[in-house]
Design a protein around this ligand. Sequence first.
Ligand code: SF4
Length: 362
Amino acid sequence: MSKNEIENKWTQPLIEWFLINKRKMPWRDAPSPYAIWISEIMLQQTQVSTVIPYFTKFIKKYPTMKHLANSKEDDILKMWEGLGYYSRARNLRFAAKSICDNKKEDLPENYHELLTVKGIGPYTAAAIASIAYGEEVPVIDGNVLRVFSRYWDFDNDISLQKTKNWLFEQLSPYLKEGPPSLINQGMMELGALICKPKHPMCSNCPLSTSCLALKHDTITSRPVKKKKPPVPHVNIGIGLILKGNKILIAQRHTHQMLGGLWEFPGGKQETGEDIEDTIIRELKEETNLTVEIDTYCCRVNHTFSHFKITLHAYFCSISKGVAKPISSQKIRWVPLENLSKLAFPTANKKIILEMRSALSKT
Ligand code: SF4
């Protein structure tokens, strides 16, 4: 973009557009710092429509910081089940406990102090500081990066931190031109509803008369973003070990991905290994059990942000050993009807459904 081409009068049209077109969201009804915090954490990597029912349930059960601080980790994880990125839930609870332990009842009231709270990064701190406290600090997320890479037609790689820092500096002065809450929410909402990644709806855009990418016909090449490497795929062998009406489950260590959640024991397939051999090896390594493979149960695919997995689940029986939690924090024999009371990762929940269906046929 050339400097004299930059149009500076975008905040008022954006605010006017936002006030008319903003979507109804429960955390917008009464934007307390606590509610904004919970909603912004849930919204990380997750769509608004997915978050709304989780948020409503969460706020009903934990309406204040104190309620969250006094919660049990298992209950929080159960409530988070299906939302993914479970460290977000653990961090929320940890932060609430720290705040209450320090005799405070709410979050710090400015951007820089918010950054000291566990789980709060620059984007979330800016969202809370501007929406709840009116601080003049811009939110920089994927939507805002895309909108401004088009509006100002810049070709900096938006996946680079230096581009995010640069945009933060560029946008900061504009936050003085209107309520920061409305400017920030307007930028994000415009990116979500109008300036979409694939088919921006320029004819409905409040910034179209001064958008440089529209003027230069460069929209399809904005934003510039480094291509991601191909997503790796991992096969995982899972053992379903039944003892009467009970099944063996293990709880993941807190420091692991999906920490604190329950799962069926198993692990990664090694190169050149049959999946049945993976299950036998992993169950020995993880639970001290020597098992035999009985029958195939199901195969479940799941995609995380950085890799894909296929879980291969087999019914197994113990030929030797007593179950021990070698690589998990706990193991437990649980009645099948109680599985729904515990928090499992989404892929394991799919296995539970398949397993119930298989067992109902035997
Ligand atoms: S005019 Fe089109 S490309 Fe420009 S900001 Fe609006 S929606 Fe995005």
